[in-house]
Design a protein around this ligand. Structure first.
Ligand code: BEZ
Length: 222
């Protein structure tokens, strides 16, 4: 199986989820998608992560991003665990998990996306078969993989960062800009190196030249 790189087409698959059977590409449709794996149901770090993703559902929706989780447990476990997650909630408020969670007990999709843990002996099922690490795939409406992340089972992800990257990708697709260190929506952006100073005068009238190769500009986006 060729490596999944930035720019690869996200492999299509059929799956059972907590919201019914899906064909992945059809489910994505014209949206962006975040596919994220978590090691196993009824585990503490994962419970906090899924509660947080449920809490941030409006932030994903307003960016036209659909979110889908995955773990290598069967559907009936997922259904029971979702009740626990909603009961636990998160530190801010009760949650209501509405996004689908893929059931992948035979690890078919985990293998397709190279998600399985090869290094943590505690991240395995009772038979010693690895669960997944915490991967994130940001996929655009053309089904192209635009971001990959892999976190160990022991470290919960930062979903603010994932939303921040989506903002950067969406702005970069629309305007000829890149985003600097620790950038967040509303901050100045960088004029793309492929834009000449002549073009920049028209495209970004308020741009500043700090170095010949480093030019920034305010950018008003909706
Ligand atoms: C957790 O979600 O807490 C977890 C899962 C597998 C291994 C270690 C931690």
């Amino acid at each position: 199986m060729p490596a999944l790189r930035l720019g690869s087409i996200a492999p299509d698959f059929e799956a059972q989820t907590t919201k019914g059977a899906i064909k992945f590409h059809d489910w994505i449709g014209d949206s962006w998608a975040v596919l994220f794996s978590h090691p196993a149901d009824f585990t503490p770090v994962c419970t906090t992560e899924l509660a947080e993703v449920a809490r941030r559902a409006p932030d994903f929706a307003k960016r036209n991003v659909k979110v889908i989780g995955l773990s290598a447990n069967p559907l009936n476990d997922h259904d029971k665990w979702v009740q626990d997650i909603n009961e636990y909630g998160c530190k801010y408020a009760p949650t209501n998990v509405q996004f689908p969670i893929i059931a992948d007990p035979d690890r078919k999709i985990s293998e397709l996306y190279d998600m399985l843990d090869a290094q943590d002996p505690t991240n395995r099922d009772a038979k010693g078969i690895p669960f997944t690490v915490r991967t994130v795939f940001v996929i655009d409406p053309k089904k192209i993989i635009r971001l990959t992340l892999s976190y160990p089972a022991s470290t919960g992800r930062n979903f603010d960062e994932i939303l921040r990257v989506v903002d950067s990708l969406q702005i970069g697709d629309k305007y000829r800009v890149t985003t600097p260190v620790n950038w967040k929506k509303g901050d100045d952006v960088i004029v793309h190196p492929s834009v000449s100073n002549e073009e920049a005068k028209t495209l970004f009238p308020d741009f500043t030249i700090h170095k010949p190769y480093l030019r920034t500009t305010p950018l008003t986006v909706e």
